[in-house]
Design a protein around this ligand. Structure first.
Ligand code: PLP
Length: 355
């Protein structure tokens, strides 16, 4: 605290990101990064954008990321004016709070979900109501038809990995025509159905994607929103009142190349999904309860072992998983799907603690 801080800063409770350890070779399974490297075409595209002596860096990047948006639009069968690009989907979500969520009624999101949502709500002074998920961590669709200033649904949800079928998402969108329904699909490529196919039909649907998980580009910070052009226009108005150049040249080139190599993308997703099923089976053998996951992580608890203590024991072996000390989920660990060697190291360590 300082007397120089603004009132807003005095009131903030910032989001705490997962640890980015400075260890030499951590088994890092705490922030859902991809275990697969990005496509070699990404590396080529960055080199080519940079040129021999970095000449291109003198100039500002395209403020509208037009070529990138056209590539991503073609990938999804929509038009470039239905695509917004931002500095990670976290920034996209922040702009959504300012541009599209209303202040006269509370917005609704699940009580167990991405913990950045309440952080943004407080930053932008948007009232919210956290709607309880059921005991199996499923979102109860029927609880989201009360008057609201907008809905925010992560599908698959984090940190549970639980996915809603597209028919349920459509029911939410069709039943809330007075407000914007935001579907955060950060993990959709690992086993859920995308709602992008519905944006032509519903002017109140906004779908948010990221290149951080399924396209192995967490370090580049590129995220998107897809929706009716008027929703995208609102996001552009906020962006151009905040930072006209959210995506640097290298990030635009890298993300574009990632979308151009669809075979690489599909192979990485398939690898993660196969590893997830193997890791889930290995954890069940050790007595863990594993929530069925449609994401690139598993959410697990052990009936006989304290989750916080297990996380601390693993940390001593430089194996890092995520434990949220929050109501309803403090008995769980969220474990990102790593390489085969990382998953094996995790199981080996856990066998000692719970075996
Ligand atoms: C990781 C994650 C994001 C943020 O992704 P970035 O594009 O890296 O900012 C957004 N939403 C959910 C649910 C996530 O898990």
């Amino acid at each position: 605290m300082s007397r120089y801080w603004s009132d807003i800063v005095q009131q903030l409770t910032p989001y705490v990101p997962g640890e980015q350890p400075v260890l030499a070779h951590p088994v890092k399974l705490n922030t859902n990064e991809s275990p697969c490297p990005p496509s070699p075409r990404v590396v080529e595209a960055i080199r080519s954008e940079l040129g021999d002596n970095g000449e291109s860096l003198r100039r500002y990047p395209d403020p509208t990321a037009r070529k990138l948006r056209e590539t991503v639009a073609a990938h999804h069968g929509i038009s470039a004016d239905q695509v917004f690009a931002g500095n990670g989907s976290d920034e996209v979500l922040a702009h959504v709070f300012l541009a599209l969520l209303k202040h006269d009624k509370p917005i609704l999101f699940p009580d167990i979900t991405y913990s950045f949502y309440p952080t943004y709500a407080r930053l932008y002074d948007v009232a919210y109501r956290a709607v309880p998920v059921d005991d199996a961590f499923a979102i109860r669709v029927d609880d989201y038809f009360a008057p609201n200033g907008g809905l925010l649904i992560a599908n698959p949800n984090a940190p549970t990995g639980h996915a809603l079928p597209l028919a349920d998402i459509e029911r939410l969108v069709a039943g809330n025509t007075e407000s914007v329904v935001v579907v955060d699909e950060a993990y959709v490529d690992f086993g859920a159905q995308s709602a992008v196919s519905l944006i032509a039909k519903y002017p109140n649907l906004l779908v948010v994607h990221t290149t951080s998980k399924s396209r192995s580009l967490a370090g580049m910070r590129v995220g998107f929103a897809f929706g009716n052009a008027t929703l995208i226009d609102a996001l552009n108005r906020v962006k151009d009142s905040f930072n006209s150049y959210p995506l640097d040249r290298l990030a635009q080139a890298a993300a574009q190349a990632a979308y151009e190599d669809d075979a690489w993308f599909r192979a990485s997703c398939a690898q993660v999904i196969a590893s997830r099923e193997r890791l889930s089976a290995g954890l069940r053998e050790l007595g863990f309860v594993v929530v069925p996951s449609a994401a690139n992580f598993v959410f697990v608890s052990h009936p006989a072992h304290d989750a916080g203590r297990l996380a601390a024991q693993l940390r001593e072996k430089e194996i890092i998983v995520r434990h949220f000390k929050l109501p309803r989920i403090d008995a769980y660990l969220r474990i990102s799907i790593g390489t085969d060697a990382e998953c094996a190291a995790l199981l080996e360590a856990l066998r000692v603690y719970v075996g």
